[in-house]
Design a protein around this ligand. Sequence first.
Ligand SMILES: *Cc1c(COP(=O)(O)O)cnc(C)c1O
Length: 364
Amino acid sequence: MPRPIFATIHTAALSHNLARARAAAPDARVWAVVKANAYGHGIERVFDALRSADGFALLDLAEAQRLRALDWRGPILLLEGCFDARDLELCSRLGLWHAIHCNEQIDWLAAHKTRLPHRVFLKMNSGMNRLGFTPERYRAAWTRLNALPQVDEISLMTHFSDADGPKGIAVQLKAFDAVTHDLPGERTLSNSAATLRHGEVLAGRSDWVRPGIAVYGSAPDFPDHSAADWGLQPTMTLASRIIGVQHLVAGDTVGYGSGFTADGPLRIGVVACGYADGYPRHCSTGTPVLVNGVRTRMVARVSMDMITVDLTPVPDAGMGAEVTLWGQSSGGAALPIDEVAQAGGTVGYELMCALALRVPVLAD
Ligand SMILES: *Cc1c(COP(=O)(O)O)cnc(C)c1O
């Protein structure tokens, strides 16, 4: 028998969440962001559920090829554009739209031979200081692109650093507006957090939104809001079983480094799930977990292949009992991935993306 750990992708929840994102930006078209193998869910597994999207956004050319292999004929946007001049050949062949964030990418395009001109998304660095032209250099880049026979249509793009937090989007939005107000072309500004939190300010200014994490049922601004607050449903469950039980007395310790000490009699379940499955090693005693759908806590350190859980709230649970690491139990009890991520000092994004290859994945 294989180890009892497995992940389930909830395809109906993916469709539901995409519809939620659309409802938050009713005037815009929606890119479903499927980078990082659809945030760990698997591009092929999510495709059918997300095919009502207006386009797919990602950044790995091999992933773009996989979408075309699924016979997706609609728009695909490379969020970081090309990494090398030779990538442009694939863009031409597969009809990929691509970001332009630096002069080198314009040089490559100017030297590229293509039958059909490309649609490009000129990216502004409006304050995040990762990719893009600063506001001072943006118009020169636009003018240069506009003169190229290789370019068909220029769209305008930026990315917010603080759409999920107290700083918000006002400063970046002002910088973007100041430079682009009289430029033609479609605009795309919003990730999930901007789409959900700043929809009113952005209404009418944005032709495309780019939700990622919201589609995967995690709140972009947890703990300000939970996924349920936003009407989002979990799209990934990680489940396993109890493969051993220990009966502790006061003073007994558990796991490497004796990371937990019992202060009285305690029944401990050993779960077939560890950091080699993608469970965050930084989680420690107190991290929530469901056993037979009942909420309890992880205790001690996470090992490579096992974690240990307190069975006090589930006296009937023993060998083979169902354990939900995140997502939904078979009886419908929920454990938001964001709560587990928070206990491990990280975000839901990382947990989804880090789901290990050795974990079998089903789609329901
Ligand atoms: C990843 C990404 C998104 C989606 O971000 P979420 O926070 O997952 O919604 C949007 N735009 C760009 C440029 C990205 O890289």
